[in-house]
Design a protein around this ligand. Structure first.
Ligand code: DNO
Length: 406
């Protein structure tokens, strides 16, 4: 049965989860990046082909780039912005020349996704990624010492943050800080000093400025992507609200609608990350999907559990706040629509996003790419595959029923 195309993220030759294991999960599509190329530089055809060959030799296909990073100077529209946009266009063309047409990026200022605990113990003994507001406040106020950070929190949260901070040994502070800011392949070795100077670049930048910079970037690169029949897919903010005193502009239904309207190009697409959108209890994830379905080029499936304070941890893939049944059904219905339109690319690539560290994952050295364990993600993939199988069967039977009634 033709479900979604099953993808798995692979971090390249240094990934402790090798392609040979990924093949055994049942995934056929590889989602990866050339993490060794510094942000802003052009990806050459030679480099792309070399990586493509490694993936193909393992019997898999590199079909989605995650990510082709957008340099900070493009986000802030400073320094070498023009040159970096030129390089971005060339990378899009080079990827298309190699047959890769789906390119993920994000426009989160300074840091990409953020969690305060990468080893949150669940009652069953497995570990999840966790975001705790008070712990994040402890980071901002007492470790990073961002001027004015305390204004973003209530007195109760600040008291909780201070107690958390005071209870940590210097070694714990070091590990906590690294876990927060130094998790991004291709952007390793990030220090507090670096974060402070990056934050400085945003001092005078408003939410509207950041939105404009994203629109200007897309207006420049989308025509090139269109010519290449490629799609740029933006990853939502994670967590989906302002953080570090910085605007975050792709977090809600209205942000999604606004951006798709502002740059009305088939190349301006969405990486529908269910888990990121679900980080905000007032987001109806299925509603957001339906609002942008025709422009969804790639999907991450994952869910979160919240508490009343707004803290969340990553749930089992079919649990938590995302109604995964309704979401998977909406995705499969979108695929049907695309098929009816006669599109050859009607099957959308999805990947199980993150996974718990469990079983043998826990016996190995800590995963250098938090959330990207082998067994936890395979469990997520298997569960989603089963859910999808059931939905597709039911859709098929409903169609047969209609046929016989006619
Ligand atoms: C985290 C990921 C993100 C994502 C980027 C896309 O696990 O979902 O890091 O790859 O935001 O640019």
């Amino acid at each position: 049965m033709d479900g979604m195309l099953q993808g798995f993220r692979w971090y390249g030759p240094d990934d402790p989860v090798p392609l040979s294991f990924i093949r055994q999960t049942g995934a056929t599509q590889i989602v990866t990046s050339l993490h060794h190329i510094p942000y802003g530089e052009t990806w050459s055809v030679k480099e792309i082909r070399e990586r493509q060959k490694i993936v193909a030799d393992a019997g898999l296909t590199w079909s989605v780039v995650e990510s082709l990073p957008v340099h900070e100077e493009i986000k802030t529209r400073r320094g070498r912005c023009e040159e970096f946009i030129g390089n971005y266009k060339r990378s899009i063309e080079n990827l298309a020349e190699c047959g890769i047409h789906t390119i993920t990026y994000n426009f989160m200022p300074v840091l990409d996704w953020i969690r305060t605990d990468l080893h949150y113990k669940l009652p069953d003994g497995s570990e999840a990624l966790y975001f705790d507001k008070a712990q994040f406040a402890a980071f901002e106020v007492f470790i990073l010492k961002r001027p004015g950070a305390e204004k973003d929190y209530s007195a109760a949260t600040l008291a909780e943050a201070e107690a958390f901070f005071r209870a940590m040994t210097p070694e714990k502070v070091r590990r906590f800080t690294t876990g927060l800011i130094d998790n991004f392949p291709g952007f390793k070795g990030v220090t507090l000093e670096k974060i402070r100077s990056m934050l400085d670049e945003y001092r005078t930048l408003s939410r509207a400025d950041l939105e404009n910079n994203l629109i200007r970037f897309l207006s420049e690169v989308c025509p090139v992507a269109e010519k290449c029949a490629s799609m740029l897919v933006i990853h939502p903010d994670d967590p989906p609200y302002p953080i570090l005193g910085l605007p975050r502009i792709f977090s809600t239904l209205s942000d999604v609608k606004k951006l798709l309207k502002a740059v009305d190009s088939p190349a301006n697409g969405v990486c529908f990350c269910a888990g990121s959108f679900s980080g905000r209890p007032d987001n109806d994830v299925v509603e957001i999907f339906k609002a942008c379905a025709p422009r969804v080029g790639f999907i991450h499936l994952r869910s979160t559990h919240h508490d009343e304070k707004g803290n969340f941890y990553e749930a089992n893939h079919l649990e938590g706040s995302v109604d995964m049944y309704r979401l998977a059904k909406a995705i499969l219905e979108e695929q049907e629509r695309r098929k009816k339109q006669g599109r050859s690319d009607w099957r959308i690539v999805f990947r199980p996003d993150h996974g718990h560290a469990m079983m043998d994952d826990l016996a190995k050295p800590p995963c250098p790419n938090p959330g990207y364990t082998a067994i936890g993600r395979m469990k997520g993939l298997a569960e989603i595959r089963g859910l999808e199988f059931g939905i597709l069967k039911a859709m098929q039977e409903a169609r047969c029923g209609e046929e016989t009634r006619k």
